[in-house]
Ligand binder design. Sequence first.
Ligand code: NDP
Length: 316
Amino acid sequence: MSETIESLKCLIIGSGPAGYTAAIYAARANMNPVLYQGTQPGGQLTTTNEVENFPGYPEGVTGPEMMLELKAQAERFGSDVRDGWITKVDFSGDIHKVWVNGTKEIHCETVIISTGASAKYLGLESEQKYLKLGGGVSACAVCDGFFYRNQEVVIVGAGDSACEEAHYLSKLCSKVTMLVRRDVFRASKIMANRVINTENIDIMFNTETVEVIGDGQLVTGVKVRNNKTGSEVDIEATGFFVAIGHKPNTDIFKDFLKLDETGYIINEPGTSKTNIPGVFVSGDAADHVYRQAVTAAGTGCMAALDAERYLAAKEV
Ligand code: NDP
């Protein structure tokens, strides 16, 4: 039997900088927000090592530490932060219905979506096999790098994430081989230079992964191909890290909200409004351009203010 239906003024889905900032603003506006944390409490930043570019932290701060502070700040004003995963929504009526963990039903006057994005994988069979086995494939160097101390690892990707993670791994591992599919980095100059100038990072340009090699349980290497010459080589490695970008976590909204071709929620320009009145979006779920903690926080603030104005207009 399902539990009693709960009614809320403001539900926030997701616990990254966007969600917590929305919670801070919504709580201070007496909207009694409830925030569901999802499966990765704290969001992507909990997998980031040092955050050096969030204003107000001149010495930098670790991602997990910053998220704990944001959570505490949201709770200080009365936000109700809960464990739970939103599994289904129904935005077809005036009251927005949401289900938690497939059972608990909540009726919301406003919903703020801050579900962020998730790491992408190459999709190779061997990659998925060792990922599922927990045998040496990871999309989070900060989470898993520790397990590969003094070992040789491979990382694929050429963006800021890949550079940040390769650099992080270089401090733990004896050697990091970085696979870049084009002959240039996508990453910013400063991040790319950090990698280029690190002695134990070996960069292979124009190189793609053919397969992850293993003994059936654990990764032992990676077969790669130079896409200019076609030559293949096996690299010895016990860890295979994937850092090739992210996919927005918006699947459960696709029947109700307008999404772009990659799944990012389309918001009304300059606002957090979606195509459904009372449903707002903030953070990476709608942002494939900036994707920064500080921009996510900014749009979280916008979503709470937009939700507050929406509620105020309904009361008149
Ligand atoms: P990006 O989308 O910027 O980069 C993804 C990288 O993965 C690209 O180099 C891309 O190659 C490569 N790639 C994608 N698919 C494949 C594939 N199938 N095989 C091999 N390589 C592949 O994602 P990031 O996660 O790096 O960054 C996302 C955003 O977050 C960016 O705006 C970035 O600036 C920001 N960021 C900022 C940080 C900071 O400032 N501290 C840290 C981390 C991220 P190609 O270049 O050929 O397309």
